[in-house]
Design a protein around this ligand. Structure first.
Ligand SMILES: Cc1cc2nc3c(=O)[nH]c(=O)nc-3n(C[C@H](O)[C@H](O)[C@H](O)COP(=O)(O)O)c2cc1C
Length: 178
C-alpha cells in the first residue's frame, strides 16, 4: 500500500489579498500534482493567540482550539512549507508566532520548503527561516522560492496566482514539474 506524503503549508500574512498566500496556493497545487496530500494553515482563517511559553512542552494541551488544530496538523505532517511576506528585511512575526506554538518533536528530520514574497525577490526571509528550521531540527531543503509582484497575475480580490512559472523559478524548481 502506498502512503501519500502529507505536507502542511503555513502562511505568514494576514492581508487580503496576499501575494505570499497566493504563492502558497500555487505551491500547494504543484505538490498536489505530485500526489501529495496538502493542507494550508491559513492564519487569516484561524487566529492564533500570541505564544505563551507555559505551553512549550505540552502544546497539544494549549487551551486555544486553533493552536491545538495547528499542533494536530503538524504532528500528522511528513513535510512542511513555510511562507512569508518580507517584513523589515525578514519573515513576518505572524509566521514566527505560529512556529513558536510548535516544537522540535513536530519538525525533527522532516523536510521543510521555504518561500517568500516581496523585496524584489530578496532571500532575506528564507535565509532567516532556514535558521529557524535548524532550531526546530527540521531539514530545510535547498530549493527556495522568492517572488516579486511581477511574478503574479494582476488584480482581483482573491490571492493572486503565479503568472510566469519558469521566469519565477529559473534553474532550481518548476511549479508544474517540468
Ligand atoms: C510591516 C511591514 C514591513 C515590510 N517590510 C518590507 C521590507 O523590509 N522590504 C520590502 O521590500 N517590503 C517590505 N514590506 C512590503 C511587503 O513585503 C509587501 O507588502 C508584500 O506584498 C506583503 O506580502 P503579502 O501580500 O503576502 O502580505 C513590508 C510590509 C509591511 C506591512
Amino acid at each position: 500500500m502506498t502512503h501519500s506524503q502529507t505536507v502542511l503549508l503555513l502562511t505568514g500574512s494576514l492581508r487580503r489579498p496576499s501575494h505570499s498566500c497566493g504563492l502558497c496556493h500555487s505551491v500547494a497545487d504543484a505538490l498536489g500534482n505530485f500526489g501529495m496530500a496538502v493542507t494550508i494553515f491559513d492564519q487569516r482563517e484561524v487566529t492564533l493567540p500570541l505564544h505563551d511559553s507555559v505551553w512549550h512542552k505540552t502544546p497539544e494541551q494549549n487551551p486555544d482550539t486553533g493552536v491545538r488544530k495547528l499542533v494536530q496538523l503538524a504532528e500528522q505532517a511528513d513535510a512542511f512549507v513555510l511562507a512569508s511576506p518580507i517584513y523589515h528585511n525578514g519573515p513576518s512575526g505572524v509566521l514566527k508566532n505560529a512556529l513558536d506554538h510548535l516544537a522540535i518533536k513536530h519538525f525533527a528530520y522532516k523536510p521543510v520548503g521555504l518561500i517568500s514574497h516581496g523585496g524584489n525577490r530578496t532571500s532575506q526571509a528564507v535565509d532567516q527561516m532556514r535558521i529557524w528550521v535548524r532550531g526546530l531540527l527540521g531539514h530545510a531543503i535547498t530549493t527556495q522560492i522568492c517572488t516579486q509582484n511581477g511574478d503574479f497575475e494582476a488584480g482581483g480580490t482573491d490571492d493572486p496566482r503565479i503568472s510566469n512559472r519558469k521566469r519565477t523559478i529559473p534553474r532550481t524548481c518548476s511549479l508544474n514539474g517540468e
